[in-house]
Design a protein around this ligand. Structure first.
Ligand code: PMP
Length: 394
């Protein structure tokens, strides 16, 4: 049987990480994998997470199964964090999932179950896992223009023109904030226009929210998601706790299905439960429990909000420093977009030969499409990267 298996494509980022590990140069810089790192290059366990885990160790008396959709207290806390009352609680069905990826996967399966003819529109570019999961599930996908390679901002006219091809029942996958891989985001006026178009077409928004708190703050980063939730009759939200709680390996995420008609919530809830059952039965609980404790205990919550804010502001400072350095070195503002982008990533728009040259000659590792993880930098490495980019003559 096994000899019938075919080789799977290698993950580009994992391949890059391997090259980085094998590089023996001292000053090498890793801007590849999408994990937050502090100025010392460490992905820390957040203070509130450590404290919640300590409390949990003392108080937890059983590891018995919870429920097929996880703990309702986790749903409540996350619905509050993401939606903050934008829609009534009874309009939201929810299921805990293994990470944001689990939520994305379950959302795609739910869409396919509900409407096998639905096409899913994805931004050009998007997080590559969106595409590979859709292809694996054999769901038809359509790309919509998103990133303007010249301005490194959103190509909003192109996006709207491509979304004009939506049919009723199609789904549009949107990044709630901090677009991965580009870092370029819609403003709220543009979100409203997208919402109006989707509603006019009878299309359904699906929001992937993986970086709430990494861009402009917890509420600002959720503002678009909240606007969509209260403006559209049906909405799917896949939210990840991996980044904003730093619980990557605990696999903590949630899928929400919102209906304007609350009488549909039970049906959606039953289907989310069914899907969890088919794919992995009970979702992981540890990360979800820790997140719930943090969100519901004022002391832990403050500890978490404060550290998340330090993290966010640290990344913003690096963006500003990078834009300033490049302004000085190139005498132009063409890299000003780095300070405009939000979240952990920016797509720099460098040609692939320059990306390769930076890796080979300078030991600077970024993804082939020139996406950098801003958190891979620190105040000392920013000038090194800026000089290498300026010297490359782009
Ligand atoms: N969506 C996007 C856009 C992401 O960048 C990520 C993390 N790389 C995820 C979802 C899900 O992450 P996780 O499964 O680790 O929670």
């Amino acid at each position: 049987m096994f000899d019938k298996l075919t080789k799977q494509p290698v993950d580009k980022i994992m391949e890059l990480m391997q090259l980085y590990r094998e590089d023996s140069r001292d000053g090498k810089i890793d801007l590849g994998v999408g994990v937050y790192k502090n100025a010392e290059g460490v992905t820390p366990v957040m203070r509130a997470v450590k404290e919640a885990e300590r409390q949990l160790l003392e108080s937890q008396e059983t590891k018995a199964y919870v429920s097929l959709v996880g703990d309702v207290a986790f749903h409540d806390a996350m619905i509050d964090l993401v939606l903050d009352g934008a829609v009534p609680r009874e309009n939201v069905a929810a299921a805990a999932t293994p990470g944001g990826t689990g939520a994305v996967r379950q959302a795609f399966e739910l869409i396919r179950m509900a409407n096998p003819d639905a096409r899913i529109f994805t931004s050009l570019p998007t997080w590559p896992n969106h595409l590979s999961i859709l292809d694996y599930l054999k769901i038809e996908r359509v790309g919509y223009r998103y990133f303007d390679e010249d301005t490194r901002a959103v190509d909003f006219d192109g996006m709207m023109a491509d979304l004009d091809g939506l049919r009723a029942g199609d789904v549009v996958l949107l990044h709630g904030c901090c677009h991965n891989p580009t870092g370029a985001n819609l403003n709220l006026t543009e979100w409203q226009r997208v919402i109006d178009l989707l509603n006019a077409k009878g299309a359904i928004p699906m929001i992937d929210l993986a970086y709430q708190g990494f861009g402009d703050g917890l509420d600002d980063d959720a503002a678009a998601t909240r606007l969509v939730a209260k403006s559209c009759p049906e909405v799917l939200i896949a939210a990840s706790c991996s980044k904003n709680f730093g619980v990557y390996r605990e696999r903590t995420g949630i899928l929400m299905g919102i209906s304007a008609d609350a009488s549909k919530t039970k049906l959606v809830q039953d289907n989310l439960s069914f899907l969890n059952r088919q794919n992995y039965s009970f979702p992981p609980d540890h990360g979800a429990r820790v997140v719930t404790m943090i969100l519901t205990d004022p002391t832990l919550r403050k500890m978490w909000v404060d550290e998340l804010e330090e993290t966010r502001l640290g990344m913003l400072r690096l963006r500003e420093q990078m834009a300033e350095e490049l302004q000085k070195l190139t005498g132009s503002n063409r890299f000003g977009f780095i300070a405009q982008h939000r979240g952990m990533f920016s797509r720099l728009g460098l040609p692939s030969d320059v990306v390769e040259k930076l890796r080979k000659e300078n030991g600077i590792y970024m993804v082939g499409d020139s996406r950098i993880n801003v958190a891979g930098l620190n105040a000392k490495t920013v000038p090194i990267l800026a000089k290498a980019i300026a010297d490359s003559g782009v």
